[in-house]
Ligand binder design. Structure first.
Ligand code: S3P
Length: 432
C-alpha cells in the first residue's frame, strides 16, 4: 500500500507517549517464559515483531495472555519448554530469531526457525558460530548461516567468546545459552552494545558480573518471575524528536522514554549538534532509566558520528541522516557497516531514498556523508519494507516542498502500530 503525505510546513506541538521498547518487550516474553512463576508485563509493544515472539513461545508450550499492552506469562522454568510441533516463524524480527537460537541451543529437542524474505537474507553465523562452540547442533542454508535454521539443543558447555561485532543480539543469544550450560559463560564485545538482557536477567534474579565490555554468568541458574514495566521506545521517540528539531516553532514532551546509556546515543549526538532536548522527571522502570523528554526547534550543526558511539544509536541512523540534511555543514557517519545487515541494507536505503527527496547524500564503505542544509522536494519514495526507513520518510514529508508518496508504508507496524495517528496528533497549524 502507499500513503500520500501533503507538505505541511507546520510545527510539532503537544505531549505524546510513544509505544513500548521493542528490545525490552521481546526480552520480557523470553525471560518470563523461562522463569518460575507468573510474570506480568505492562507497556508491552504490540508491534508485529513482538507479537511474533509471543506466537513462538506459545508454540514452545508457554501460556501467554495478552490484553492490550498488558501481558501475563505463566513461566515454565529454564527446563520447561516443549518441542514445537510446527516451525517457529519470527516474521521480520532479527531479535526473535537470534535470541531464540541461543535459548533453543540449550533445549534437548528439535526446532526449526524461519522468517520473511528479509530474515532469510540476514546473517545468522554471528550467533551460530559461538553457539556451535558451546556444542549446540545447528544447521541452516549456506552451512548454517541463513534461515530456515534447525536447532537440536542440550548438553552445552560455557565458553569465553570474543565477539567480532558489538551486537546485543549476539551477546544475548550466548547468555541465554549460557544460562543452560555447564560452567561459566563469558562474552566480550569490541564496544558496549545495548545491555537490556543483562539488566533484565538481574531483575529476574540471575547473578552476573560485568566489567566494561565483558559479561559473565554461571550456568544452571533459575529465574524468578517478576513484573516488568516497559519504557517507551527511544528508537520510536527519535522520529518525533527530530521532527520537532527540524520544524519551526515546535515544542513537544515525550513521556516515559527509556534513556539507558547504551541506547541514548541519538540524544548525545543531537545535543552535540545543538539540539534543545532536556530530561524531566528522571526515574527507573525496573532496572531501566526513563525520563520525559522536552524538545524544541533548534538550529543544528553537523558533526562526525563514529566509533563506540555507533552501537548506541545504530537504529537511529536513518532519522539522524534526515536531521543532517537540515543542519549546517557536513555529517560524516563512519564505522557503521552493521547498517548493511539490518532489515534492509540501510546505507543503500537511506542514501537512495533521501537522494530521491533532494538531499545531498553519498554512501561510503562504512557509512555515508550528508551535506546540509538542503531543501527537500518530495516525490515518490519507498520504505523498502523497512519500518525505520518508512518512518524517517514520513517525518521528511513534513519539510518537503511538495507531496511525498511512500510505498509499502504498512511495514511501520513492525515497531510502531498507529504511528500515523500519533504523527497526526502532533501536527498543528503553522503559527508563523
Ligand atoms: C537489538 C539489537 C540491535 C538492534 C536491533 C535490536 C536487540 O541489533 O539493531 O534493532 O534487541 O538486541 P544487533 O544486535 O544486530 O546490533
Amino acid at each position: 500500500m502507499t500513503i500520500t503525505l501533503n507538505p505541511h510546513h507546520t510545527s510539532i506541538r503537544g505531549e505524546l507517549k510513544v509505544p513500548g521498547d521493542k528490545s525490552i518487550s521481546h526480552r520480557a516474553i523470553m525471560l518470563g517464559s523461562i522463569a518460575e512463576g507468573t510474570t506480568t508485563v505492562s507497556g508491552f509493544l504490540l508491534g508485529e515483531d513482538c507479537l511474533n515472539t509471543i506466537q513462538c513461545f506459545k508454540k514452545l508450550g508457554v501460556s501467554i495472555e495478552q490484553n492490550d499492552d498488558h501481558v501475563t506469562i505463566i513461566g515454565k522454568g529454564i527446563d520447561g519448554l516443549n518441542e514445537p510441533e510446527d516451525v517457529l516463524n519470527v516474521g521480520n524480527s532479527g531479535t526473535t530469531i537470534r535470541l531464540l537460537l541461543g535459548l533453543l541451543s540449550g533445549t534437548p529437542f528439535h526446532s526449526i526457525l524461519l522468517g520473511d524474505e528479509s530474515i532469510a537474507k540476514r546473517p545468522m553465523d554471528r550467533v551460530t558460530i559461538p553457539l556451535k562452540k558451546m556444542r549446540a547442533k545447528i544447521d541452516g542454508r549456506n552451512d548454517g548461516s541463513y534461515p530456515p535454521i534447525s536447532v537440536r539443543g542440550g548438553n552445552l558447555r560455557g565458553i569465553h567468546y570474543h565477539s567480532p561485532v558489538a551486537s546485543a543480539q549476539v551477546k544475548s543469544a550466548i547468555l541465554l545459552a549460557g544460562l543452560q550450560a555447564d560452567g561459566l559463560t563469558t562474552v566480550t564485545e569490541p564496544a558496549l552494545s545495548r545491555d537490556h538482557t543483562e539488566r533484565m536477567l538481574t531483575a529476574f534474579g540471575v547473578k552476573l558480573t560485568r566489567d566494561k565490555t565483558t559479561v559473565s554468568l554461571q550456568g544452571k541458574q533459575k529465574l524468578k518471575a517478576t513484573h516488568i514495566q516497559v519504557p517507551s521506545d527511544i528508537s520510536s521517540a527519535a522520529f518525533f524528536i527530530v521532527a520537532a528539531l527540524i520544524t519551526k516553532n515546535s515544542d513537544i514532551v515525550l513521556k516515559d522514554v527509556g534513556i539507558n546509556r547504551t541506547r541514548s546515543g541519538i540524544i548525545d549526538a543531537l545535543k552535540l549538534m545543538g539540539a534543545n532536548i532536556t530530561f524531566i522527571n528522571e526515574r527507573m522502570f525496573n532496572d531501566e532509566p526513563v525520563a520525559d523528554l522536552h524538545v524544541t526547534s533548534s538550529n543544528l550543526k553537523n558533526i562526525e558520528i563514529s566509533g563506540d558511539m555507533i552501537p548506541s544509536l545504530i537504529d537511529e541512523i536513518p532519522i539522524l541522516a534526515l536531521a543532517a540534511t537540515q543542519a549546517e555543514g557536513q555529517m560524516v557517519i563512519k564505522d557503521a557497516e552493521e547498517l548493511k545487515v539490518k532489515e534492509t541494507n540501510r546505507i543503500d536505503a537511506i542514501v537512495t531514498q533521501l537522494k530521491q527527496l533532494g538531499a545531498a547524500i553519498e554512501s561510503t564503505e562504512d557509512g555515508m556523508k550528508i551535506t546540509g542544509k538542503t531543501k527537500l522536494l518530495g516525490g515518490t519514495v519507498h520504505s523498502l519494507g523497512d519500518h525505520r526507513i518508512g518512518m524517517m520518510l514520513a517525518i521528511a514529508s513534513l519539510i518537503c516542498e511538495k507531496e511525498t508518496v511512500i510505498t509499502d508504508e504498512e511495514c511501520i507496524g513492525i515497531s510502531y502500530p498507529h504511528f500515523f495517528n500519533d504523527f497526526q496528533k502532533l501536527i498543528t497549524p503553522a503559527k508563523y
